[in-house]
Ligand binder design. Structure first.
Ligand SMILES: CC(C)(COP(=O)(O)OP(=O)(O)OC[C@H]1O[C@@H](n2cnc3c(N)ncnc32)[C@H](O)[C@@H]1OP(=O)(O)O)[C@@H](O)C(=O)NCCC(=O)NCCS
Length: 185
């Protein structure tokens, strides 16, 4: 992966590198049942030390890019978004997002953050396809992904075991050409 960016500017948000001083806030988001309801993380205990080790792994990784989402105008930190399994050989990556500040849901920040990260994926990293996985009941997530141009391509049955229950995952993807058709450079 090219050097990791120190700032990615969106329309109303900006993406900044992960900062370990925010770990207590991130854990409070991850363990909030309303936030983690449709997420893979947050259902098992994680200590601050384990989270800090994960931050180190992400910082050193060539195949992961995770960033903080801040509101441009106020600087307020509202969540994280990132790409995993970045594969420059085949041009692929998998996107994830969590807006932990619930009072900021449904205001367009998620869409803005996703488009900002995709612009980096296609323009700077030269990727060809970005996919994501989403719980079938995550209506807000599905609406946000479709609004930015993701296509639902399938359903993985019993893909994740959460709180003792196997759950399906929907799979979405977007190709570089589809991104360019819909979004300006
Ligand atoms: C999913 C998430 C990233 C979306 O971000 P957001 O900033 O809330 O979403 P946006 O405001 O950009 O877009 C939400 C879309 O859902 C629509 N929406 C809002 N509430 C809704 C609801 N209850 N049911 C269906 N659609 C809803 C909005 O109108 C908007 O659609 P539009 O773009 O067509 O107008 C965010 O809510 C979140 O992080 N949730 C908790 C963690 C999570 O679920 N992460 C994703 C795991 S796959």
């Amino acid at each position: 992966m090219a050097d990791k960016p120190s700032l990615l500017q969106g329309a109303r948000i900006e993406l900044r590198p992960l900062d370990k001083s925010n770990i207590p806030l991130v854990l409070s988001w991850l363990f909030d049942p309303e936030v983690n309801r449709y997420m893979i993380s947050g259902h098992e205990p994680i200590t601050a030390e384990e989270e800090a080790a994960w931050y180190d792994t992400m910082a050193a990784s060539d195949t992961d890019l995770v960033m903080q989402i801040h509101i441009h105008e106020t600087g307020e930190y509202i969540g994280n978004t990132g790409m995993h399994h970045v594969d420059t050989r085949h041009g692929g990556a998998e996107l994830g997002i969590m807006i932990g500040a619930k009072d900021h849901w449904g205001l367009g920040y998620g869409r803005d953050a996703i488009v900002t990260l995709l612009r980096h994926a296609f323009n700077t990293l030269g990727l060809h396809r970005v996919c994501l996985r989403c719980h079938p009941d995550n209506a807000k997530g599905i609406a946000a992904y479709e609004a930015v141009g993701f296509t639902r391509i399938g359903r993985e049955r019993d893909a994740v075991l959460i709180e003792g229950e196997y759950q399906d995952h929907l799979v979405f993807d977007m190709l570089e050409a589809e991104f360019r058709e819909r979004h300006s450079a």
